[in-house]
Design a protein around this ligand. Sequence first.
Ligand code: ADP
Length: 423
Amino acid sequence: MEVLLVVLAAVLAAVVVRSATAQHHLHHRIDQLVRRVAATGPGPGTGGSEGSIAELERATEEVTAQLEAARSTADRMAAALAAIPQGVVLCDERGHEVFRNQAAAAYASGRHAEALVEQAIRELTSAATEGRPHSRTLELYGPPRRVLLVSAFPLHEGDHAMGALVVVDDVSERRRLEAMRRDFVANISHELKTPVGAMGLLAETIASEDDFAVTRRLAQRMTGEALRVGRVIDDLLDLSRIEAEEAPRREPVGVGTVVQEAVDRVRPLSSARHIVIDTDQVRGGHWVRADQRQLVSAVANLLENACKYSDKGSTVEVRSRADATSVEISVHDHGIGIPGRDLERVFERFYRVDRARSRETGGTGLGLAIVRHVATNHQGEVSVTSREGEGSVFRLRLPNGAGSADDEAPVPRGAGHPVATGG
Ligand code: ADP
């Protein structure tokens, strides 16, 4: 019996010891867990199991919050990358794609030109994951014709390679503007080179000329060339001012006033060519909201052309008409007209149908570019119809400042009060 009791006690002691060891082991694991998850927290306390569990709960909450924050940062980054117009592709260090934004998605599933872009993305990705940044320009013949710049950058954190980033940027518009600027500078240089060269030659001849009559004639020609340079510069300044004022001042401007000022401005030319400018069909009740200076400049350019490209003694008519939304000012001439193939291009800077005639009449090739810019600045448009040998009609259409058509009685708000109202 005694022996039995001793064995029982020993077994009980062994069970107690084992359970204490197991509990100790469990505590130890919980402590370790708490230490791992609560790296930033105060660490396991001394409050036994309860304390450790409470610590574990606190740490779990903290980790969950951190996870949530990381997830929303990642979501925000993905939304930002989706919103930008450039295509973005992200790869891991083995070159496997891990992210592609919406703009780049089209290349993956595309054919023809898109497939070429995808091929460039792949090739540049593999170069970048090997640590070499690279970029390639792709000219896609479309339509529409596009120029894309594909750039790949290796990603690393210290010495540790993390993958590669590829960006696909559509640079078509940038390239077009650069080409336009280059052409414009080349055109200006060309425009100025001719008269400046002529002035140099004339000056040289004058220097070695004794005959007063000849000298006087050459000096007159020099003056003519100087005036030509002056006109080109004036028109260039006008054009650049109008281009800079994209959203010009808007005030109620009477079409009658604009036409009258423009007629006055071209009077020296119209009188010299005995051209009658008939403004009887310009309605006094037509108003536009505009920058008066720009508008006068546009109408004067149209009138000047009508006088330059018509025979002496002919008539030019100016008319205005309105519907509920727009007012149209038109200039009709009975001059040489414009060939159909040139109609689209006459609004381009420095474009002339007949270079010699434009030069003869003192043209700069910038007048219609100015008119088009004024129209665009006012959310309007300019158009032309013409017949060679019969004449041309230029129509300048602008938003109606009074909001009433021809058969209504237009009374613009603020008319007669030259108050700047903004655009
Ligand atoms: P320019 O200073 O040479 O007149 P513009 O830009 O005003 O330059 O006009 C461009 C070209 O369009 C002119 O050179 C001319 O060939 C043509 N053009 C413009 N207006 C008329 C018109 N009313 N009749 C015939 N041709 C015109």
